[in-house]
Design a binder for this molecule. Structure first.
Ligand code: 13P
Ligand code: SF4
Length: 308
């Protein structure tokens, strides 16, 4: 039996569900029960009745699923699947920052640790950040963390003066604006779409800006011959399945990047073999201390409520 079929069998026997992010390897996306963006994944995690959740994504995603399902087993194929954004916001430093601005409401991007979520009023993802910031009365000052690029974009969209944490995603900051403009010059008919974790100069030349799910929906609803896609290259798998006749070009990264397009090394540490092993051995398992999980749950639930 192929490894993929063995996973499908094991899933049935153990009543497990596999949730995968769009940046996962294609072979993982293919065996997943659901592939989605951070919001879709947390909504699925909140509603599943499976006994085991295998999270094919990064640590903060699996941790969010565990916070939403304290009694369920949540597995992550490789505990090294971290995130530069989550790492850019250490809890001790963030606490001092928050304490220095006690009048501010704290909105945190879901790409952060449970400790940071526990210090937040509302969590958001790239697909609902605008709506969540807009839900806060205009006279209430807001701390937005940890992604400064998403924060800057939302500040521009809402006209609000957000107090930003200085964090960023290594993958989205690797795009080269010079190479992107050159590529666009060579393919003038191509429409540039970008993820809001990208830097301002990339977003300034994009026709559409949105979450991974938003980008996929956009190409489906706005048929064009070519798109230049400025986000992690794993998205191209699902996107191409949705628009098989469209040319999808990954946005180019700077010279010193490890790959010509932008790949998230954290997302890619998960492999089909590791996913099989973790389901078979029920390890590595995600554990969040009870008190921490309880404090982190409320801001996640507020987000889910505001996203209905
Ligand atoms: P979304 O899929 O929610 O757009 O997030 C992108 C991302 O970088 C996840 O780590
Ligand atoms: Fe984190 Fe960026 Fe990788 Fe997403 S793509 S997991 S934000 S490092």
């Amino acid at each position: 039996m192929s490894l993929a079929n063995e996973i499908l069998e094991l899933k049935k026997i153990k009543k497990a569900i596999v949730l995968a992010h769009y940046y996962q390897r294609p072979e993982i996306q293919e065996i997943a029960d659901y592939v989605g963006d951070s919001l879709g994944l947390s909504q699925k995690a909140a509603e599943t009745d499976a006994s085991i959740i295998v999270f094919a994504g990064v640590h903060f995603m699996a941790e969010t699923a565990k916070i939403l399902n304290p009694s369920k087993m949540v597995l992550l194929p490789d505990l090294d699947a971290g995130c530069s954004l989550a790492e850019s916001c250490p809890p001790d430093t963030f606490r001092k920052f928050k304490d220095a601005h006690p009048d501010h409401l704290v909105i945190t991007y879901i790409n952060c640790s449970a400790e940071i979520k526990a210090m937040s009023d509302i969590v958001c993802t790239s697909s609902n950040a605008l709506r969540i910031v807009e839900s806060v009365p205009e006279d209430k000052p807001i701390i937005f963390a940890p992604d400064k690029n998403l924060g800057k974009y939302i500040a521009k969209q809402t006209g609000r003066d957000l107090l930003l944490w200085d964090g960023s995603c290594v993958v989205h900051e690797a795009f080269s604006i010079d190479k992107l403009l050159e590529l666009h010059k060579a393919n003038p008919g191509a429409v540039i779409i970008a993820h809001p974790e990208s830097e301002e100069h990339i977003l300034d030349v994009a026709t559409y800006i949105g979450s991974t799910a938003g980008m996929i929906n956009y190409v489906k609803k706005h048929p064009k011959e070519q798109f230049i896609v400025a986000t992690e290259a794993g998205i191209l798998h699902k996107m191409q399945q949705e628009v098989p006749d469209t040319v999808l070009i990954p946005a180019p990264a700077q010279e010193d990047n490890t790959c010509a397009c932008s790949e998230c090394a954290y997302m890619k540490v998960n492999t089909l073999q590791k996913l099989y092993d973790c389901l078979l051995n029920e390890s590595p398992e995600i554990d969040v201390p009870k008190a921490l999980a309880q404090s982190a749950l409320l801001p996640i639930e507020r987000m889910l409520e505001l996203s209905k």
